[in-house]
Design a protein around this ligand. Structure first.
Ligand SMILES: [Zn+2]
Ligand SMILES: [Zn+2]
Length: 256
């Protein structure tokens, strides 16, 4: 494997004893990328050309606003809007209202928006949220992290041991773990590891289930003096387990 391995990051993630090591890494990665985008990078022409072309998804636009660098946001958005306006002009100049693809055109290019009764302009507009600059940067590193996960699963006994004592993953990231295991492990490795990872997940979903059940019980007046056990933050942990992320996190703001 020639690419960088993220062994230190993965070990740190396990040490954090989070409900999901990949949620923990994703949060770190997302914050680092926000800091990069709204740090000084927007003053570099090549980076601004890229953010103008790729843009940002709604989720990251909101994070950028909350982060709080108003002038930085203004620079990025000024260029992005110039680009979009220019492209929209081209799209609308080529727009012929009511023109759907003819039979031959549909045969030749069945995937084209026109074949599905959509205008090229509509398809172009809808695609603007598909290539967020921050999502793209995160995806690239996240894929390397999954490679590192496999590498450590195969070669690092200490990591394996800590992993099996960890709280497992959220369901969303477990899907990714299953995918890379299926695609990359040898048949006997799959036989060994997929059931083990499955047990880890089920054991930890049971634990969180107990916590959220007890949280509801605690609202019964008969239990008002009973111990909270681990249930006080069970809502946000159950949200994380089922969908990933940290609903209880404070807004991530510029530290300066
Ligand atoms: Zn997760
Ligand atoms: Zn995004």
């Amino acid at each position: 494997m020639k690419e960088k391995l993220y062994t230190i990051e993965l070990n740190d993630a396990l040490k954090a004893e989070d409900e999901c090591m990949f949620c923990w890494l994703e949060r770190k990665l997302e914050q680092e990328n926000l800091e990069f985008v709204l740090g000084a990078s927007y003053m570099e022409d090549d980076i601004r050309a890229e953010t103008s072309r790729k843009g940002f998804c709604r989720h990251h636009i909101k994070m950028m606003y909350d982060y709080g660098n108003n002038l930085g946001n203004a620079w990025i958005l000024k260029s992005r809007l110039e680009y979009l306006n220019q492209e929209l002009k081209k799209q609308m100049a080529h727009y012929t209202p009511g023109k759907s693809a003819g039979f031959l055109e549909r045969l030749k290019r069945p995937e084209s928006p026109a074949a599905a009764g959509r205008s090229a302009a509509e398809a172009w507009l809808r695609s603007q949220e598909d290539h967020c600059y921050v999502c793209g940067r995160m995806r690239e590193i996240y894929e390397r992290m999954l490679d590192t996960f496999l590498y450590m699963l195969r070669s690092d006994a200490g990591f394996r041991e800590r992993l099996l004592e960890s709280k497992g993953f959220c369901l969303r990231h477990f899907a990714d773990v299953l995918q890379v295991c299926e695609e990359n492990l040898k048949p006997q490795e799959k036989q060994e590891w997929i059931p083990r990872l499955g047990d880890l997940m089920i054991r930890n979903l049971d634990r969180v289930q107990e916590d959220i059940n007890w949280l509801i019980e605690k609202y019964d007046y008969r239990n008002k003096d009973a111990d909270w056990r681990q249930s006080q933050d069970a809502v946000q942990r159950t949200m994380q387990k089922t969908a990933g992320g940290y609903p209880a996190d404070p807004v991530f703001r510029c530290r300066k």
